[in-house]
Design a protein around this ligand. Structure first.
Ligand code: CP
Ligand code: NVA
Length: 310
């Protein structure tokens, strides 16, 4: 695998499946991996809030025998207090890996280019690859053969949607994306997914009709309508996205045993009805748990031969 984990586009189909296999193995036998990253340190840069990403990287490092150090938005002030490259050249002298959650995706790319240690994308405005790995692990556990499934994403064509498309392309999962006009996934991400998925069985339907997207789905996924950094658009978005709520009426178009996914945090009665969120269909906390296992797999794969280990 490459030095870094920045986009699912960057890994091969084989590496994608291998990461899911390792994640499952770690989930089933966590004790076998207690020393996998013994004595190693992960710096965790956060420019946005987090519950799941922070907890799962920190707990993950602890359970692998290492340690995660949280750096809050106020501490680093990436690009303001010092350049992204200078941050990289400091951190690489002390730690074995860096996780970054930031706004501009360019910050992730620049950090990875400058740092000699692995860099992991913990969410940017463009993508959220760790989330998609956890989601596909969850899909595999609940539904089996990823290549036979149809995953529907309804809502904002955002960072989470982009990474799900790239994961579906690697897995050969059929995908439908239903968004309002003007909120479709970015064309360059659609292009990458179609390129990556051309020999895998991947199919992609882009539509502005949520019902059409949901037809015969094995799983329906949604995310918040207003992502971190878009708060000033909240009022307008709440109106535009109202017809895109995931609720029982939408599920009526899906397969009878379809499941519900959401990366969380969720806003009940906005992007998802309380009824669906709290129903037997909802596997959202399995996804949250799987963040831990998926990211342990990513860290072991990238950092397993780290300097303190070898
Ligand atoms: N899903 C997710 O990334 O959650 P946090 O924003 O709480 O990390
Ligand atoms: N699209 C959301 C995901 C949060 C995990 C955001 O970027 O805020």
């Amino acid at each position: 695998m490459n030095k870094d984990f920045i986009s699912i586009h960057d890994i091969t189909r084989y590496e994608f499946n291998e990461l899911l296999d390792v994640a499952l193995e770690i989930k089933e036998q966590p004790d076998k991996h207690r020393k996998a990253l013994k004595g190693q340190v992960l710096a965790m840069i956060f420019e946005k809030p987090s519950l799941r990403t922070r907890m799962t990287f920190e707990v993950g490092m602890y359970e692998l025998g290492g340690k995660g150090i949280y750096l809050s938005p106020a501490e680093i002030q990436l690009g303001k207090r010092e350049t992204v490259e200078d941050v990289a050249h400091n951190l690489e002298r002390w730690v074995d890996g860096i996780m970054i959650r930031t706004f501009g995706h360019d910050n992730v790319v620049r950090l990875a280019r400058a740092a000699s240690v692995p860099v992991i994308n913990g969410l940017s405005d463009l993508s959220h690859p760790c989330q998609a790995m956890a989601d596909f692990l969850t899909l595999r556990e609940h539904k089996g053969g990823l290549s036979r499934l149809k995953l529907t994403y309804v809502g904002d064509g955002n960072n989470v949607c982009h990474s799900l498309m790239l994961a579906a392309a690697k897995a050969g999962t059929k995908m439908a994306v239903g968004t309002p006009k003007g909120y479709e996934p970015r064309p360059e991400m659609v292009k990458l997914a179609l390129e990556d998925g051309k020999d895998t069985g991947f199919e992609l339907l882009l539509t502005n009709d949520p019902k059409e997207a949901a037809r015969d789905a094995d799983a329906i996924y949604t995310d918040v309508w207003t992502s971190m950094g878009q708060e000033s658009e909240k009022e307008a978005r709440t109106k535009i996205f109202a017809p895109y709520q995931v609720n029982a009426a939408l599920f009526a178009a899906a397969k009878p045993d379809a499941i519900f996914l959401h990366c969380l945090p969720a806003h009940r009665e906005e992007e998802v009805s309380t009824e669906i969120f709290e129903s037997y269909r909802s596997v959202v906390f399995d996804e949250a748990e799987n963040r831990l296992h998926a990211q342990k797999a990513i860290m072991v794969t990238l950092m397993g031969n780290g300097k303190k280990n070898g």
